[in-house]
Structure formats: structure tokens, C-alpha cells
Design a protein around this ligand. Structure first.
Ligand code: UDP
Length: 240
């Protein structure tokens, strides 16, 4: 009998920061290779993988607004940066023979299809990784919000949020080495303790729709395998 996967369908959110590099091409090829390999292994085990890639390595609306660009336009520039990053990942997946489809919240004719639940479900059920770009298509939101909305819509078993550290800490572990790593947190606790892991809009949405969130260290090149295979607890789980 085939062993059942811990999660059948995941929504993996990767921040643009991970794609950043000092190399001439300004792309962290090692990270992308690691991501590609890890996704490939999951898909070989029949895990359905949906991804949202951020754009923060290129542009964030809130930052552009500080230099006087209207916020809506700033956010549109931010959302367009997610399209570039998503195309990059799409291309690397293709090169590695990962079946993949790219969807956008807005019409980007010639580049990709528009997000539609039935089409996305069909792609996932037929062994395609799916990448959702251009966020939610509206300003004042982030790709964490987009990841939550899509995660809820496609009924992902879990929202996997890769970060630079091992999970959620009582304070920034890069500044406070004695900060405590939480194994588990309730949505309300994250809000009450004002822990900075994702914006509140996305957290409230996940809470209302009971979408569990796992926060973990995406720099670990075996992390996705460990999340699925390890009996030890990994990262911080946010749930009810
Ligand atoms: N953005 C937006 N609406 C959305 C998603 C994203 O306006 O639904 C814009 C926003 O300006 C954001 C930028 O796109 O700063 C890039 O996304 P994000 O900051 O979430 O990227 P990450 O930090 O994850 O790399």
C-alpha cells in the first residue's frame, strides 16, 4: 500500500529576498536549484505543490511610496516584480522537467493564464506545479495575503512559509541570540504578542478559514523533505 503523505496539497510562499544575490546576474542560482530539487522530490511523491513568489528583492510598494510614488502605482510595480520572479522560477522548473503552470490574478496575455480555481485544480490534479503571480492584483496587500487567499481557495492542507530563521521567535533571533523559538502558536497569540512573521490581514484570513501555517528555515536545503518525513517537530506551527 502507498504511504499517505503528511500533506497532499501545499501552498509554498517564497519571499523575493531568497532570490537575491550579489552575483552579476543578481539571481541566487544556488537557492533556486535547491528549491527546484526540493519541489521535484515532493512532486515525485505525488504532493500537489502551489507556489507564491514574492517580489521584495526587486520592489516593495511601501518602500517606493516613501520616495513619492503614489501608493497604488508603487504596489503595481511591486506586483509586477512578483511576475518577474515567478517567470524565473517557472523557467528553472521547466529546465528541470517539472511540469508547471503559471497563473496571474490579472490578465497578462502572452505570459500566462489568468487564475481560475477550476483550471488551477485541474492542473494540480494532473501533476503540475502551479505558480500564482501578480499577488491579488490589488494594492495595499502583500504576497503573504495572496498566498493565504490562494491557499484557502485551493484548499491547501497547509501554508508553508519559508523564512531565514528556524521559525517564530519571541524576538528577532539575529539581534537577540537568547530569543525563544516557539513550536506552536495559536493565531490569536501571534496577533496578541505582535510577533512579526506576516502581515495581520493574512493572519486574520488564515485564522477565519482555519488554514494552518508552518514557518520554517528555507535556507536549509533539505527542509521540505524534513517537513514531510521527519518525526521531529520542525519550525513553528500556527493553528487554532
Ligand atoms: N503587492 C500588492 N498586492 C498584492 C501582493 C503584492 O500590492 O496582493 C505588492 C506590494 O507592494 C508588495 C510587493 O507587491 O510589497 C511585493 O510583494 P511582497 O512585499 O509581499 O514580496 P516579498 O516580501 O514576499 O518578497
Amino acid at each position: 500500500m502507498k504511504k499517505k503523505n503528511k500533506y497532499s496539497r501545499i501552498l509554498l510562499k517564497i519571499s523575493g529576498e531568497f532570490l537575491k544575490s550579489d552575483s552579476t546576474h543578481n539571481v541566487n542560482i544556488n537557492f533556486i536549484h535547491s528549491l527546484t530539487q526540493q519541489v521535484q522530490v515532493l512532486m515525485q511523491s505525488n504532493v500537489q505543490v502551489a507556489l507564491v513568489i514574492g517580489g521584495g528583492n526587486l520592489f516593495r510598494g511601501s518602500e517606493l511610496a516613501k520616495i513619492g510614488i503614489r501608493r497604488t502605482v508603487s504596489d503595481q510595480i511591486g506586483m509586477l516584480s512578483t511576475v518577474m520572479n515567478s517567470l524565473l522560477i517557472y523557467e528553472f522548473f521547466k529546465k528541470s522537467n517539472i511540469k508547471v503552470k503559471l497563473f496571474s490574478s490579472t490578465s497578462l496575455e502572452g505570459l500566462c493564464d489568468r487564475y481560475r480555481l477550476d483550471t488551477v485544480n485541474h492542473a494540480l490534479q494532473n501533476g503540475y506545479a502551479t505558480i500564482f503571480c501578480f499577488g491579488l492584483g490589488i494594492p495595499f496587500f502583500t504576497t503573504d495575503s495572496a498566498a493565504c487567499v490562494y491557499g484557502i481557495d485551493i484548499k491547501a492542507d497547509i501554508f508553508l512559509k519559508g523564512t531565514k530563521v528556524n521559525g517564530i521567535y519571541s524576538s528577532d533571533p539575529l539581534i537577540h541570540p537568547k530569543a525563544k523559538l516557539y513550536n506552536k502558536l495559536r493565531y490569536q497569540e501571534v496577533l496578541k504578542k505582535q510577533l512579526k512573521v506576516m502581515d495581520y490581514a493574512s493572519l486574520v484570513l488564515a485564522y477565519e478559514h482555519k488554514l494552518p501555517i508552518l514557518v520554517f528555515n528555507m535556507y536549509n536545503p533539505k527542509i521540505l523533505h524534513d517537513i514531510f518525513m521527519s518525526t521531529n517537530h520542525i519550525g513553528t506551527l500556527i493553528s487554532e
